[in-house]
Ligand binder design. Structure first.
Ligand code: UDP
Length: 401
């Protein structure tokens, strides 16, 4: 599999990767997160873990366990880290978090490994199990630049027990972080079913299966059903666009195992759709990679109107397929889209509608931006770059502590 990347990246980079991996032979690596299915973290780990093994670095992936109460608390933490809200973390929440943390400490064998990547806040507390000689890395996938301070303070004491933290962009490194911080944006895998080239026939069939008209323009957002992805704002923007241009809106999503709010948001999105037959709200099984791929390839314009976003893999996925993306001017989306070159950055519903209309009206600029978008991902957001960055961090922590 590894050699297949030569189609997409230069041989020099592949050789560098092999050489780095060679130097790390014998190192045992563990990744821990909170779900096998749903969301960008699982998406990346499904590809990253086999690749590291293929390069000769023994790597495993564990998922913490928790009941609905635990995941309600961790979802609350997730929301509060993204921005202060009406709620705050209660004593009971902290007790629930700690109880599950200790259950997972007992259940997951971390002692065997030399390097442990802990992804996001859900498994953060496992650090209490760190043994002499190990390197623990907190891999933060969310925008923690403007969190609820109390929530952050609770987590900060765990964070500072790590040997290093990895953040998507410099703005996410908070002042209270007293450990080495590495800046590594995520990536997509061109060899994943989600991103491989597809036959026209399959793309058409997929659209027909969902009742979408292949002959009329399609505006698409792919996201878990989550308020922070602002599906309601997307519907409003589409309604503004629709006054001028005939188009269809596809909101494709699913629920993540660790997100108890998904079903409720899905119901509300259906309500917001009302009787509009040009809005398609697709609740897809978590392994619908080729279907998502087909939807992204058939889209005329892709939007990502998130209110907060750590990175937004879906943006790079669409850009890789030559689509200009109209995305919120926030977090990791801002890092991916070059405004006016690969798509547009927007800050409101009206702005989203304006840019979508502009792209629908102009085939030439849409195609040109799409080409730029593909190149942007090729140069900056492929998994080979991401993997190399991880190996460099491991190297730095183990060999030059
Ligand atoms: N995704 C999917 N099915 C869905 C919705 C999303 O496979 O119904 C995938 C999407 O293609 C992307 C990942 O889940 O690879 C979402 O990652 P992103 O960083 O955009 O957002 P997150 O869900 O992690 O907040």
């Amino acid at each position: 599999m590894f050699e297949e990347y030569a189609k997409y990246i230069d041989v020099g980079t592949l050789n560098e990767l092999s050489k780095l991996a060679e130097e790390l032979k014998g190192v045992r690596v563990l990744h821990v997160n909170s779900t096998k299915m749903g969301g960008g973290v699982a998406e990346i780990l499904h590809r990253m873990v086999p690749l590291m093994n293929e390069l000769g670095i023994e790597t495993r992936w564990e998922v913490i366990k928790g009941d609905i109460e635990f995941f309600k608390v961790t979802k609350k933490i997730h929301n509060l880290l993204h921005m202060p809200g009406r709620e705050s973390l209660s004593h009971q929440d902290i007790i629930t978090y700690m109880r599950h943390t200790y259950e997972n400490v007992a259940a997951i064998d971390t002692d065997y490994y030399d390097v442990i990547f802990i992804h996001d806040p859900q498994p953060l507390g496992l650090i209490v199990k760190k043994r002499e000689g190990q390197k623990w890395i907190w891999r933060c996938h969310i925008d923690v630049s403007t969190p609820d301070e109390e929530t952050w303070k609770f987590l900060e004491m765990f964070v500072n027990g790590y040997d290093g933290g990895i953040f998507h962009i410099p703005e996410f490194v908070r002042e209270g972080v007293r450990i080495p911080a590495f800046i590594i944006p995520p990536s997509i895998d061109p060899l994943h079913d989600k991103n491989i080239p597809l036959e026209e026939g399959f793309i058409r069939e997929t659209l027909e299966r969902f009742g979408i008209d292949p002959e009329r323009p399609i505006v698409l957002q792919v996201s878990r059903f989550d308020r922070l992805k602002d599906p309601f704002g997307v519907i409003e923007a589409y309604r503004i666009v629709k006054r001028r241009y005939d188009c269809q809106l596809v909101l494709a999503g699913s629920f993540a195992d660790d997100d108890p709010e998904g079903a409720q948001v899905y119901r509300e999105v259906l309500e917001a759709k009302g009787g509009d037959e040009d809005i398609f709200v697709l609740n897809l099984p978590p392994d619908s990679h080729r279907e998502i791929n087909a939807l992204q390839r058939s889209a005329t314009v892709v939007v990502q109107k998130s209110i907060r976003e750590g990175f937004g893999l879906v943006v790079s996925e669409a850009m890789w397929k030559g689509k200009p993306v109209v995305g919120s001017n926030i977090g990791g989306i801002r890092r991916q889209i070059i405004n006016g070159v690969t798509g547009y950055l927007v800050s409101s519903i009206e702005g989203t509608a304006y840019r979508v209309k502009q792209l629908l009206a102009n085939d030439k600029s849409r195609e040109e931006m799409g080409r730029n978008a593909h190149l942007r991902v090729k140069h900056s957001f492929l998994i080979t770059r991401h993997l190399k960055d991880y190996l460099l961090v491991i190297h730095r922590l183990l060999k030059n502590p």
